[in-house]
Design a protein around this ligand. Structure first.
Ligand SMILES: [Zn+2]
Length: 241
């Protein structure tokens, strides 16, 4: 999926790497926080304070994304699904599964581990926000919301995203056929991807160029990821003749 990745560090035996596209996300986040959100949420501060807040926010985002993927990896490994490492890229992060799940329960627990961890992290950031004041509290508030967003977006039922994995595992447990379950979960993701693209087109027509382009690209990516994951599962289930 990624041709080139920059190694960052290793934690719990997992290689954390960065695809160059992450820099685009980092730049977008830094710019929208430093020039847009923080001047609005914490007015009356010097510009360098807003940019320092934006830098902290970006760092917190990177840590939150890696922690979410780590939670998947640790639970996945526990249930016989080894994870080679974690890659940061333009849409966040992805844990690289070395083997597809062998039973539905393991897949559900692995899929839920990330969003549950993000919800817990949101609680921690909101709790810390109550203990602080000023710019620190505003950044912690942003990180609390960001982790809720991370959990919510990943629970969209679009295989191979977390919510889509839960859906696939439920279909799998119901009919006992992983290929059939994967085909239906991937078909659902393809429809959802089209919906996201429709939202993007609508926003483009409304004149929201940046947001519209973003949703179009995300919708396209959701469809491509579902098709790729479906192909891989079908190939894994049918040994070469
Ligand atoms: Zn996840």
């Amino acid at each position: 999926m990624f041709a080139y990745r920059l190694p960052l560090f290793q934690l719990f035996g997992l290689r954390v790497r960065m695809h160059p596209s992450w820099l685009l996300l980092a730049w977008l986040v830094l710019w929208s926080l430093g020039a847009g959100y923080f001047p609005y949420a914490a007015p009356g501060l010097a510009p360098w304070v807003h940019w320092a807040m934006a830098g902290s926010g970006l760092l917190g985002l990177a840590v939150s994304v890696v922690a979410h993927e780590m939670a998947h990896a640790v639970v996945g490994r526990r249930f016989g699904m080894p994870v080679a490492g974690i890659t940061l890229f333009v849409f966040g992060g992805v844990a690289e599964l070395e083997a597809e799940p062998t039973e539905p329960l393991g897949e559900v627990l692995m899929a839920l581990a990330g969003p549950l961890f993000s919800v817990a992290a949101a609680g921690l950031f909101y709790g810390l926000e109550d203990l602080t004041v000023g710019p620190t509290a505003v950044v912690l508030d942003y990180l609390g919301f960001l982790n809720l967003l991370l959990a919510g977006f990943n629970m969209l039922p679009a295989f191979p995203m977390d919510g889509g994995r839960v859906l696939r595992a439920a279909l799998w447990a119901w009919r006992g056929d992983v290929v059939w379950a994967t085909r239906w979960a991937a078909a659902g993701a393809a429809v959802l991807g089209l919906c996201l693209m429709a939202v993007g087109l609508w926003q483009l027509m409304e004149g929201a160029i940046a947001a519209g382009t973003w949703w179009l690209v995300i919708g396209f990516f959701v469809r491509a990821a579902a098709a790729q994951a479906c192909r891989r599962q079908v190939e894994a289930a049918s040994p070469p003749a």
